[in-house]
Design a protein around this ligand. Structure first.
Ligand code: CP
Ligand code: NVA
Length: 314
């Protein structure tokens, strides 16, 4: 099938750190092609089955994968894991060794990133990260697709991420740095991205010519093409909610902050959003907001991802 990137066949997607600019661009190009002409891809995953293993709740990720499989002629099975961790009923290794006998790909949402690494170690079939404590690469693919659609290209565009240096931030840092997007990450003190993710992203920015700045200063938002934020309290962090809400108080995306970013800056959020907390209704519902484009593009980007990882149907 044309439009596939051969080096992606059979690969896992645990983080984007192992991916090249051409590989990400290949997925984005195919995603745009599927979006423009879905009828031509109705059988692209015919006979293929994916298993979704989710330890945490989901709206977008679960539905976009399930609908995506259906639209491409494949089938997805959702395995409830909200009430027990993968590896509790039986070893993670045994999940991998069983699932590979029936399915073509395992798509897992996990508390601990090492659960994905262990699944990938023992599975002969691709493993896709549907969100871990460390990264959320499928979200970043959709975000790059959305930015490219809205801005025409990614090179030399300036994106600002404000809020928690978390999983979504890490994937945005990797994707932006690899793709040549200039990124400013603005967090409260103590909530910066991890040193390892900062190092990896910095290396990739050096190679692509993009700039990556990590700061606590809100003034760094000025003159950007898009402002991105995420929840201040991620799934699994409810115990820290009080402390976090206090620490992030000055980092809300509201009309004043958007005005300081620039007159045409887009607003982005992976969702779910806590309206009135990290972002006001006035921003999330404004004409600058592309949050539902991001949500739609989850499906197109993941469809292109799956086609590349699974290769041509027999
Ligand atoms: N953005 C995102 O991953 O949403 P869900 O948690 O609803 O899947
Ligand atoms: N950082 C958020 C993202 C949700 C899509 C979380 O991990 O809960």
């Amino acid at each position: 099938m044309s439009g596939l990137t051969p080096s992606l066949f059979g690969r896992d997607l645990l983080t984007l750190a192992a991916w090249t600019r051409d590989e990400i661009a290949g997925v984005l190009d195919l995603a745009s092609a599927i979006k423009a002409d879905p009828a031509s891809y109705r059988s692209a995953l015919a006979g293929r089955v994916g298993v979704l293993l989710f330890e945490k709740p989901s709206l977008r990720t679960r539905v976009s994968f399930e609908v995506g499989f259906a639209r491409l002629g494949g089938h997805a099975i959702y395995l409830e894991h909200i009430h027990s961790l993968i590896g509790e009923r039986e070893a993670i290794k045994d999940y991998a060794k069983n699932l590979e006998r029936w399915s073509d790909v395992v798509i897992a949402r996990v508390f601990e990133h090492r659960t994905l690494e262990e699944l990938a170690t023992y599975s002969s079939k691709p493993v896709v990260n549907a969100l871990s404590d460390l990264t959320h690469p499928c979200q970043a693919l959709a975000d790059m697709l959305t930015l490219r659609e809205r801005l025409g290209s990614l090179e030399e565009k300036k994106l600002a991420y404000i809020g928690d240096g978390n999983n979504v931030c890490h994937s945005l840092m990797l994707a932006s740095s690899i793709m040549g997007v200039d990124l400013v990450v603005v967090t409260p003190p103590g909530y910066e991205p991890t040193p390892e993710m900062s190092r990896l992203s910095g290396e990739r920015a050096g190679a692509s010519g993009a700039s990556l700045k990590i700061t606590n200063e809100l003034s760094a938002l000025e003159g950007c093409d898009a402002v991105y934020t995420d929840a201040w309290v991620s799934m699994g962090q409810a115990d820290e909610a009080g402390k976090r809400l206090e620490a992030f108080r000055d980092y809300q995306v509201n009309n004043a902050l958007m005005a300081s970013a620039g007159p045409d800056a887009l607003f982005m959020h992976c969702l779910p959003a806590k309206r009135g907390v990290e972002v006001t209704d006035s921003v999330v519902d404004s004409a600058r907001s592309v949050v539902y484009d991001q949500a739609e593009n989850r499906m197109h980007a993941q469809n292109a991802l799956l086609m590349n990882l699974l290769g041509e149907s027999d």
